[in-house]
Write a protein that binds this ligand. Structure first.
Ligand SMILES: C[S@@+](CC[C@H](N)C(=O)[O-])C[C@H]1O[C@@H](n2cnc3c(N)ncnc32)[C@H](O)[C@@H]1O
Length: 333
């Protein structure tokens, strides 16, 4: 029996991928615990993993209590996605001195204190440029506690996800990790157009944001020609803040149906925040469509007692399940 402990669990993208692959490999497993300070994200997690304990609190207060939940003979796996804003390239001004970076170090200390058999810590790839090199420091500390470690940089499209998301995973194991290399899928990932073309379930239209008149005009302009995915300055449809020398060239854009989606963030309900326009229709995506682009299956519940903005934020924070599934396949197959 494999017990999964999911810290900074959010809505559960990490656990979803772990469980997907362990079930494919016919290995007995359960999600034992999810912890997240965000009540809304934790509520979605609880809806997906009803048998799991779910604690809505700071992980640092929850840490020691984990040990009492470990069953004798169980194999334990920690999946942790400490917040990444402090390391994100989208947040250059505060990068490095963000107190959230210390949560990464806390996660490593917690992993060693509990002595999990396997540890997977997810973050943005830019963590390698962070002040204090948290990932290098983590490798040293884990190695001195007897863990083998590997860095795994994954691109969504390499593991079957229709999205250009890049994430860096630190994988640690009490067993040697000789020859450990996460394999790239042989089949190319579906494009975002393919993923969104399939019929949607009953909640498929929930949470489509209303567009202003100006944004409807921008979408109409892009859709007037099939190859337009960004509103050009020459169209006269961009706000004055987006002059010809603007740096955010993707703002007010739409996805290319023949390509992978851009990284889905919590701002995907705002046309001006990125290339978040629906690839084939003049509108933004529904929650279910965003969930698909993030590789969640259609039966993953998105409870209606969690508002659309909070759900979009949890979706943007999530690890696409295909990413942790690929790591688990390499660890356990
Ligand atoms: C990158 S997201 C994790 C996403 C999640 N692993 C998933 O796949 O859905 C980071 C999460 O950490 C939570 N968080 C941040 N600081 C926290 C803390 N001190 N204690 C507990 N949760 C925290 C946030 O609420 C957020 O949901």
């Amino acid at each position: 029996m494999i017990q999964i402990f999911d810290l900074f669990c959010g809505m559960g993208g990490g656990s979803e991928g772990v469980m997907r692959m362990l079930s494919e490999l016919d290995l007995s497993a359960e999600v034992t615990l999810g912890v997240d300070a965000d009540t809304n994200a934790a509520r979605i997690f609880a809806a997906r993993f009803p048998a799991s304990a779910v604690w809505t609190e700071d992980v640092r207060t929850a840490g020691p209590a984990v040990m009492s939940m470990i069953r004798p003979e169980a194999i334990t796996l920690l999946i942790a996605g400490p917040p990444c804003q402090g390391h994100s390239p989208l947040n250059n001004r505060t990068r490095g001195d963000d107190p959230r970076n210390s949560l990464y170090r806390w996660t490593v200390s917690h992993a060693i204190e509990v002595g999990y058999d396997f540890v997977i810590i997810e973050n943005v790839r830019n963590i390698v440029h962070s002040q204090g090199d948290p990932i290098g420091a983590a490798e040293v500390v884990l190695a001195s506690a007897g863990y083998a470690t590997r860095r795994v940089l994954l691109r969504g499209e390499d593991v079957g996800v229709a999205q250009r998301r890049r994430r860096l995973f630190l994988v640690a194991s009490r067993r040697p990790l000789d020859g450990f290399e996460v394999e790239v899928e042989v089949e190319p990932a579906p494009t975002c157009g393919e993923v969104l073309a399939r019929p949607l379930p009953a909640d498929g239209a929930r949470g489509i944001p209303r567009l202003s008149k100006a944004n409807l005009e921008r979408m109409a302009w892009m859709h007037a020609k099939s190859g337009r995915f960004r509103v050009s300055h020459a169209s006269g449809l961009l706000p004055p803040s987006h002059g010809p020398d603007r740096s955010h060239t993707d703002a007010y854009g739409r996805m290319d149906p023949d390509d992978y989606a851009p990284t889905i963030t919590g701002n995907s309900g705002t046309l001006g925040a990125g290339r978040f326009g629906h690839p084939t229709e003049p509108r933004l995506c529904s929650l279910r469509e965003l969930a698909r682009l993030q590789d969640f299956p259609d039966d993953f519940p998105l409870p209606t007692d969690v508002g659309t903005t909070a759900t979009r934020k949890a979706l943007g924070n999530a690890i696409p399940p295909g990413m942790t599934a690929a790591i688990i396949r390499t660890l356990f197959a």
